[in-house]
Write a protein that binds this ligand. Structure first.
Ligand code: HEC
Length: 126
């Protein structure tokens, strides 16, 4: 919080800081809510073949070992009913208490969107 030299200035300064924070968060989108996807976040790569091909590589490298060609040790991601946002958050955060790991330090949001585009393009598995 802002520390101001005079007591009279403290509240106005705090309000100004909040206004600036709100402005920054709307400009930066998900910026200051680290680790949480924005409610309006949508997969920008759905239906785009190049991204789908990239997503397949990432899936084969990081996910197929558990999620298989249509489910395995983990659920069938090709039939997953999560929203785009829920999918992103699950992959970023993992599922604590299960073997589903967090990929936040390994995959970018774009990488995860490409995997999502890949599984959505193959609803019956591969
Ligand atoms: C070490 C095994 C493992 C790996 C690797 C793995 N997962 Fe998972 N995943 C799981 C398990 C097990 C679950 C089910 C967790 C539960 O019980 O909620 C799961 C759940 C999920 C879910 C939620 C599905 C649902 O219907 O709720 C998504 C999405 C997901 N994984 C995506 C991925 C993606 C994308 C990758 C690769 C980048 C990946 N996982 C890699 C084991 C794994």
């Amino acid at each position: 919080m802002v520390i101001s030299p005079s007591r009279r200035l403290r509240w106005p300064a705090a309000c100004l800081a909040l206004v600036l924070l709100a402005a920054a968060s709307s400009v930066l989108g998900i910026g200051i809510r680290a680790g949480h996807a924005d409610d309006t976040v949508k997969d920008p790569y759905l239906g785009q073949q190049t991204a789908i091909d990239d997503g397949e590589q990432i899936y084969r490298e990081h996910c197929i070992i558990c999620h298989g060609k249509a489910g395995g040790r983990g659920p069938d991601l090709f039939a997953v009913t999560l929203t785009d946002e829920e999918f992103l958050e699950t992959v970023l955060n993992g599922r604590p208490g299960t073997v589903m790991p967090s990929f936040a330090s390994m995959l970018s949001h774009d990488d995860i969107w490409k995997v999502r585009a890949f599984v959505k393009a193959n609803p019956n598995g591969i």
